[in-house]
Design a protein around this ligand. Structure first.
Ligand SMILES: [Zn+2]
Length: 264
């Protein structure tokens, strides 16, 4: 889900107050600006700014890539309809991706989870109950990750909503230890947020965000979920087609990429 970071907290407080006064403001402001400035009016950041990446250099925001390579990621699955659709689209374009799965959804759809692995994509831990790290105590958060790790054997982790406390980050290795006994985990954030979860956004708007902001090495977030379906199912095939025509390849994230090829 969308990233709202503590560092833009004041701006969000002002924006939320204005929206409470006039709920139509969000739509009006979004349409009032050209695409490069539009994300400034949103409740989330479509493009992760450089200073945020610089403040959290231990997290993976983007991969340093010598050629035309992008890294697609899908959060919140497995989902009975959306995940098979995504797998089909990726196969059409010989693209690989990374799926940050929710533990309870893996338990509900073990066959779909297995299909992701069988197709050669990578998976990552997205907690068991999609917890917001800012809203729960560290021990609750870490044990939820540990529960998910019994099903998702991966050293890759993405915090739901992009929200994790520094104290939780420090203990992440411990929580993921059963899944990754021999390696340190990598926390994967993103460079481009498709905003497919935003039900106020049109499918065309979602596509334009992704096409405008994606660059070589971008880590792009989509969601294989019911909420994102209308926008994701429209934007994903079109963006795959677009970047494939431009000669881009899509690869899945793995620990080697993440530890040796971080880029700011
Ligand atoms: Zn999520």
């Amino acid at each position: 889900m969308g990233a709202i970071w503590i560092l833009n907290g004041n701006g969000l407080w002002v924006a939320n107050t204005l929206l409470r006064i006039n709920p139509n403001l969000k739509r009006l402001t979004r349409n009032s600006f050209p695409i490069p400035f539009r994300y400034l009016c949103l409740m989330y950041l479509v493009k992760t700014p450089w200073w945020l990446r610089a403040l959290y250099p231990s997290l993976v925001w983007r991969i340093k890539s010598p050629g035309k390579t992008i890294y697609l990621t899908f959060d919140d699955g497995p989902h009975e309809t959306a995940t098979p659709f995504v797998l089909e689209q990726l196969a059409r374009f010989q693209a690989k991706a990374s799926f940050f799965c929710i533990g309870k959804n893996v338990l509900a759809h073990p066959d779909i989870y297995q299909n992701i692995l069988d197709a050669g994509h990578s998976v990552g831990n997205h907690t068991y109950h999609h917890l917001n790290g800012w809203k729960v105590k560290d021990d609750v958060y870490l044990s939820d990750i540990q529960n998910a790790a019994t099903l998702i054997h991966s050293p890759l982790f993405r915090p739901p909503y992009g929200r994790i406390k520094r104290s939780q980050l420090k203990k992440l290795s411990q929580a993921l230890l059963p899944a990754t006994p021999n390696s340190n985990p990598a926390t994967i954030m993103w460079d481009v947020l498709s905003a497919d979860f935003d039900t106020d956004l049109s499918p065309e708007g979602c596509l334009s965000y992704v096409l405008y902001h994606t660059r070589p090495g971008s880590v792009i977030v989509f969601h294989d979920s019911t909420k994102a379906w209308d926008r994701m199912s429209y934007a994903l095939p079109k963006m795959l087609e677009h970047f494939s025509k431009l000669g881009y390849g899509a690869l899945c994230l793995n620990l080697t990429f993440c530890s040796t090829q971080k880029a700011s």
